[in-house]
Ligand binder design. Structure first.
Ligand code: ZN
Length: 509
């Protein structure tokens, strides 16, 4: 047995060198298994034991992982063999919160108030997007995701002036080959939603069914939801939630949403918090995923834990907005499932999940310090403290955590036998910021990840959608050209010129 193992190793070394396996080796009765793709490198598996195979391999057949382990144990040869020294293989990253159609107004939040941007240009610009425009608007943000290693994204779409706007986003998703959990959000509150965006329940559910039957496949699922409690009439919100339960889908909601603070007491007569409202309405359950979940009232984190709801943390955006009270620890220490999300490109600068991993840590530590100083001004650092949280934990949240938060961990989130081969292979040989390798995970996470050029493969169910930093079928230069032109058209068409570079201190000549 031992001899045979050594012999198999010999064959594999030869096969890695690109030599053909000769028949005489086979004649000796050695069983070498074939697979479609064999990837070698440091394998960060994210399995339950968090095994990292420093000289590991992943074998893939028919899009599924058929084996993972240390190279010395490998008895596979691949039809294609990739990686080797200097390569790192991690599970595909999972973005649990987004609004991809916002590509057309990327970064325009700078210098605006929430109401400036929401009513001023956000609704008008996205409201003018039909299927084709939404496709153009969503594609660069999708390419941001996949070129940095995201293989699964959630999306929340709520601008349905053109009912086919959501179809444009989903067509871009399909063309890019990324996995997507799309939530079609219904909004109709008179205070929070301009008239053309309001939908009645019958239309909303009929459209959700239409989108579901048109787009659902092995990579895309569609559910119904709303933006937040105060964006939808109460009975309709409950009906949307009931639809998700009946269809075994997630209910995705911003909580607390921005307008909750303004209207929950005024318009709904509710003095408590958003999670208390959801719980009181009988809605807070395991199929709820709540985005942001900051500034909670005492006891609400326990309510979330007891309900089994999951949280889409959005730390990078919170930090851009200066939310010094950011607190993910309240959930993680209670065992609440959390993933990391980016939110829409209007505020999610760079649209990069690696920055979210870093912001999860820096945001939490700033928040801890804020709470420490505001709660006990006499406490001070002794030099004995180990900072809470770690780069490893951040990478967990961006992979297996996100997969659990989207209830997809039976298929993705870790590199384990039987799961779909959704993974990222990084070639760190040209990455000066990732050398030397003793602290490789902290260097990846605090250093905002590998450069796109160093991402040699992004695979979704074994199919490469990125090769050596470039998308295999979408031309990013064309995508940029199209979006540049669309933004120019939209700004003039819906007359939002005053929001361009609002409050800029530069003289634009
Ligand atoms: Zn959002």
């Amino acid at each position: 047995m031992r001899l045979q193992k050594i012999k198999i190793g010999t064959i594999l070394i030869r096969s890695f060198q690109g030599l053909l396996i000769e028949d005489e080796d086979r004649d000796e009765g050695i069983k070498v298994k074939k697979c479609d793709s064999l990837l070698r490198g440091m394998v960060v598996s994210m399995d339950i034991e968090r095994n990292v195979f420093t000289n590991g391999y992943v074998a893939i057949t028919d899009g599924l992982i058929v084996d993972v382990g240390d190279v010395s144990e490998c008895d596979y040869i691949g039809q294609q063999e990739l990686g080797g020294d200097g390569h790192i293989i991690i599970p595909g990253l999972v973005n649990v919160h987004g609004h991809l159609v916002q590509g057309c107004m990327r970064g325009m939040a700078e210098g605006t108030t929430f109401e400036d941007r929401f009513f001023g240009f956000y609704y008008p610009m996205t409201g003018a997007c039909d299927e084709e425009r939404s496709y153009v608007s969503a594609m660069p943000p999708i390419l941001d995701l996949v070129r940095r290693g995201v293989t699964t994204t959630a999306d929340d779409h709520f601008t349905h002036v053109h009912k086919d706007s959501i179809d444009g986003v989903l067509r871009a998703v399909r063309d890019a080959g990324i996995r997507c959990r799309m939530a079609r959000l219904t909004i109709n509150d008179k205070d929070a939603v301009p008239e053309p965006f309001r939908e009645n329940l019958d239309t909303a559910l009929a459209e959700t069914e239409r989108v579901k039957s048109k787009w659902e496949d092995d990579f895309t699922t569609v559910t119904a939801s709303t933006i937040g409690i105060t964006y939808c009439e109460t009975d309709q919100l409950k009906a949307l939630w009931e639809w998700t339960v009946a269809n075994d889908r997630q209910f995705d909601i911003h909580a607390p949403a921005v307008f909750d603070q303004k209207y929950l007491a005024d318009r709904r007569g509710w003095k408590g918090g958003s999670f208390e409202w959801l719980d009181n309405a009988g809605i807070l359950g395991p199929n709820v995923i709540a985005a942001h979940a900051q500034n909670l009232r005492p006891g609400e984190a326990d309510l979330i834990r007891d309900s089994g709801a999951t949280i889409a943390l959005v730390p990078d955006m919170e930090q851009v907005l200066g939310l010094v009270s950011f607190d993910a620890r309240q959930f993680l220490e209670r065992g609440v499932t959390c993933g990391l999300g980016l939110d829409g490109p209007v505020v999610a600068y760079g649209h990069d999940l690696w920055t979210a991993m870093r912001s999860f840590l820096t945001g939490q530590r700033l928040g801890d310090e804020y709470r420490r100083r505001s709660g006990d001004s006499t406490s001070k650092w002794t030099g004995e403290e180990v900072l809470w949280g770690s780069a490893e934990q951040a990478l967990e949240l961006a992979t297996i955590g996100g997969a659990k938060a989207l209830m997809m961990d039976d298929r993705i989130g870790s590199l384990e036998v039987g799961k779909d081969a959704d993974l990222v292979m990084i070639d760190r040989r040209g990455e000066t910021q990732l050398s030397p390798p003793a602290a490789i995970i902290p260097n990846l996470v605090y250093g905002n990840g590998p450069s796109p050029e160093a991402i040699s493969r992004v695979m979704v169910r074994g199919r490469a959608i990125i090769k050596d930093g470039e998308h295999v079928s979408v031309d990013r230069r064309e995508a940029i050209k199209s979006l540049d032109a669309l933004q120019e058209t939209l700004i003039h068409e819906v007359k939002v010129e005053r929001f361009v570079r609002m409050r800029s201190r530069y003289n634009w000549v």
